[in-house]
Design a protein. Structure first.
Length: 149
């Protein structure tokens, strides 16, 4: 019996079983990509680190959906839905990045890679307390010196 959105040809194709070799190969590729993700995650790659992580995650997700979820064996509407969802994910990533990259300088948060403003000092410097950050306490000339014991 076929599922509602499958044809009789797809039902016939689903009954054909593939060997376990394909799954072991895809599993090995996923392991290699995981190792690459971990190794590159520990490196300092400011210019393309985020892009590399997104590409690796997309390839891994695509392999899982195509082979472990058997989407590669389906035809028609299932492939169309998968392709459209990939397009929307790419748009959801590109549009905010383009917006952030084209903002005027003052709108970017201080300390981000798109801003040349410095993040505010929140008390992590060497001087702390009421007059931290290099500001000297006001000198009071009319008060007598404190008695020393």
């Amino acid at each position: 019996m076929a599922i509602a959105n499958e044809s009789h040809q797809e039902e016939k194709n689903m009954n054909e079983h593939h060997g376990a070799g394909r799954y072991w190969l895809i599993w090995g590729v996923l392991l290699v990509l995981t190792v690459v993700t971990v190794v590159t995650g520990r490196m300092h790659l400011p210019s393309f680190g985020l892009l590399l992580a997104i590409v690796i995650a997309t390839v891994k997700g695509t392999l899982v959906t195509l082979y472990f979820m058997h989407l590669a064996e389906h035809q028609g509407v299932n492939r169309l839905i998968f392709a459209v969802s990939i397009v929307f994910v790419v748009l959801a990533l590109i549009i905010p990045m383009a917006d952030l990259g084209t903002r005027f300088r003052g709108a970017n948060p201080p300390g981000s890679q798109y801003s040349d403003l410095q993040p505010p000092d929140i008390g992590t410097g060497a001087q702390r307390g009421r007059f931290g950050g290099g500001v000297q306490p006001p000198e009071l000339k009319d008060t007598p010196p404190a008695p020393s014991h």
